[in-house]
Ligand binder design. Structure first.
Ligand SMILES: [Zn+2]
Length: 258
């Protein structure tokens, strides 16, 4: 792999649940696992995989268990699918998959301030310690407050901020999509990631033609019955700041101590 800066954005990727012998959780092929394998084949020495999807990045963690070249860190909702066979949540804080995996199972109500706290106190220090030459970020949009699949409540601002902070850590970065079940929230979140990666400032109001495009999207879901205006008129969500709860601080400490 040539030693120069490279930024790749793959919103259609991030299918992190697929296993080598079966599809799983809406994922047929495991794009992140196949991509990271390809990076290693083409000369990457150490790859850091950060998973921000509301669900545990189980397929990628499994693919690189006991492989010291790949560090996987998943921040996901506690006790949400995929569950382990004994009924406990997969990706618990002690789950290390042979060493180079860390998991932060966060409680419902996870907010922007808490994601920012974890980015500063856990994500960036773990990246610094590992010294990767490539970082892959899976940016599933189902941790957003507007998404119906999880009880996490971050805004797209917090996801953009984490991507921006991590992007400064290495010259080679791949950002992918992932889960996301509210079409308005997904489109706005992932468009904003594209802007962040390209240094484009995000307008306060979307142009009228973009607004009409969003209003033309039909989503047959109870959440769409009283759709808030920001789904159509702005790219940025209202911020969802809050307290950093004790459990979040304890999780951060526990992960760093492993
Ligand atoms: Zn998901």
């Amino acid at each position: 792999m040539e030693d120069k800066s490279c930024r790749v954005y793959l919103p259609g990727g991030g299918q992190h649940h697929a296993q080598p012998n079966r599809a799983s959780g809406f994922c047929f092929f495991n794009e992140p696992a196949l991509t990271v394998h390809t990076m290693l084949e083409y000369g990457a020495r150490r790859v850091f995989y950060l998973d921000l999807d509301a669900h545990h990045g189980d397929g990628v963690q499994d693919a690189f268990a006991y492989d010291d070249r790949v560090f996987t860190l998943s921040i996901h909702e506690d006790r949400r699918w995929p569950m382990a066979r004994d009924g406990s949540s997969a990706g618990n804080v002690l789950d290390r998959a042979g060493g180079k995996a860390r998991n932060i199972p966060v409680p419902p109500g996870f907010n922007d301030t808490e994601l920012d706290f974890l980015t500063t106190t856990v994500v960036l220090p773990l990246i610094s310690d590992f010294v990767p030459d490539v970082i892959y970020i899976q940016c599933g949009a189902d941790a957003l407050a507007d998404d119906p699949q999880s009880k996490l409540t971050v805004s797209n601002l917090a996801i953009w901020q984490t991507v921006a902070a991590v992007a400064t850590e290495v010259p080679k970065l791949l950002v992918a999509g992932g889960g996301g079940y509210n079409p308005y929230a997904v489109g706005r979140c992932w468009s904003g990631i594209w802007a962040i990666m390209n240094g484009i400032s995000i307008p306060e109001k979307l142009p009228k033609e973009v607004e009409s495009c969003l209003r033309a999207v039909k989503w047959d879901h109870r959440l769409a019955r009283n759709a808030p205006e920001h789904w159509f008129t702005t790219l940025a969500d209202p911020p969802r700041n809050g307290l950093v709860r004790k459990i979040i601080k304890e999780l951060a400490e526990a992960v760093l101590e492993l």
